[in-house]
Design a binder for this molecule. Structure first.
Ligand SMILES: Cc1cc2nc3c(=O)[nH]c(=O)nc-3n(C[C@H](O)[C@H](O)[C@H](O)COP(=O)(O)OP(=O)(O)OC[C@H]3O[C@@H](n4cnc5c(N)ncnc54)[C@H](O)[C@@H]3O)c2cc1C
Length: 366
């Protein structure tokens, strides 16, 4: 190899947090590198941008995905009661939410970053090496043609999301408070256009997003050790969990197929050191919330803006930014505690809900 390029700042990961930070930093004239993994072709997650997330994106100058997104009026939930309650985004915030394809969102973020002068690099893999040469970080990545490239940077923002690890810099140091898993189920619905549906059952909770191009996400969030090991037992258990719902199963147009499922990590976790010398972790790489909060994107964007502004102003990231992350974790845990207690009242014999209550108490105190 031998040759490398110099930048002032590298951002690793082009999701909401990474794109927002890169865009903000570049707008002040800084030389910014954004390294992000190539998209996986088979994933089609739909994400809800609540009004807070929409305002936060507008504040940092990032566009909302125009293609394929549909309005989300609010959340219709059957949580502590079988009678659904509607939380109207419009009424509370003056604007609706938006259901967006995560892939489209990242694509548009990438275009916006390039337009604002960010050097973006798509890669197959990337690594970070601790500062050695002139106190600069060395970033290496394998580009889409399998060529190894290198850049040296003064500061680094790690925005690699919930599950990703970046070798030495991250190895084994994340705290996982739980082992939540999101199980995605093929699903077609017709009765709840424009609303996010949410429902608690005994071993977890379900949500269904508004449909984008006739496809919506039906997801069951549970804990890894509750999932039966064999395919047949798993399908039976999921069907039983779906039968427990009073809101979701009446909205299903066809019976969901519980055998053709896929799963993803949905843990609630935090990095003990959101900030370090010459850098920080932002977004889910710093703090991954229980998806129940629905505030993942807004917190990722707010945190990224905060970190980027600290870099611009030359403030140490270990002060205000690190406190910001810890406060969000504690506040969210307190809010969740309340929600978990409500579900536990409805399912008093559920080990799942008792565990969530204990978990949230632990985080709120920490
Ligand atoms: C099941 C589920 C449903 C959710 N639904 C919602 C919702 O509806 N609304 C909401 O607000 N939040 C939701 N969240 C939370 C939300 O997805 C996250 O909080 C948010 O995506 C965090 O943004 P991020 O930029 O930190 O990470 P991500 O969006 O995960 O982006 C990380 C990026 O880094 C890239 N990357 C990873 N490793 C590397 C590497 N080594 N080198 C380069 N690039 C790398 C990844 O490819 C990815 O593009 C949900 C979470 C889960 C698990």
């Amino acid at each position: 190899m031998g040759s490398f390029t110099r930048y002032e700042i590298a951002v690793i990961g082009g999701g909401a947090a990474g794109a927002c930070a890169a865009h903000r930093l570049s707008s002040t004239g800084a030389r910014v590198l954004l390294v992000t993994l190539r998209e996986r072709e088979n994933a089609h997650p739909i994400e809800i941008l609540n009004p807070g997330a929409r305002y936060a994106l507008a504040r940092c100058g990032l566009p909302e995905p125009a293609r394929g997104s549909v309005p989300c009026e609010g959340v219709l939930s059957a949580w502590d009661t079988e009678t659904p309650i509607f939380h109207d985004y419009m009424l509370m915030n003056g604007i609706a939410g938006l259901a967006v394809s995560r892939r489209e969102m990242q694509r548009e973020f990438s275009v916006a970053c390039r337009a604002s002068g960010v050097h973006t690099a798509e890669c197959l893999r990337s690594w970070i090496q601790s500062p050695t040469i002139h106190q600069r970080w060395a970033i290496r990545w394998m580009n889409l043609r399998n060529k190894l490239l290198e850049a040296h940077v003064d500061q680094i923002l790690i925005a690699s999301g919930r599950s990703a690890s970046l070798g030495l810099v991250d190895a084994g140091r994340r705290i996982r408070f739980d082992r939540s898993v999101a199980i995605w189920i093929p699903y077609v619905h017709q009765y709840h256009a424009g609303k996010l549906l949410l429902e608690a059952v005994s071993d977890g909770w379900w949500y269904a997003t508004p449909a984008i191009q006739h496809a919506s996400n039906l997801v069951f969030i549970t804990e890894a050790d509750l999932i039966p090991k064999t395919g047949a037992a798993r399908a039976k258990w999921l069907a039983r969990m779906f039968d427990e719902t009073k809101l979701l199963n009446v909205c299903a147009r066809f019976s969901p197929s519980f055998s053709a499922i896929s799963a993803t990590d949905a843990h609630f976790g935090m990095h003990p050191t959101p900030a370090f010398q010459r850098g920080a972790r932002i977004g889910a790489a710093a703090l991954a919330l229980d998806p129940l909060s629905g505030t993942g994107v807004v917190n990722a964007v707010e945190g990224a803006l905060r970190a980027a502004n600290d870099v611009i102003l030359g403030h140490p990231l270990s002060n205000g930014y690190a406190c910001f992350i810890r406060n969000i974790a504690a506040n969210e845990a307190r809010l969740h505690q309340h929600t978990y207690l409500k579900a536990a009242q409805r399912f008093p014999h559920s080990a799942f809900w008792q565990r969530r209550i204990a978990l949230s108490k632990h985080i709120a105190i920490a």
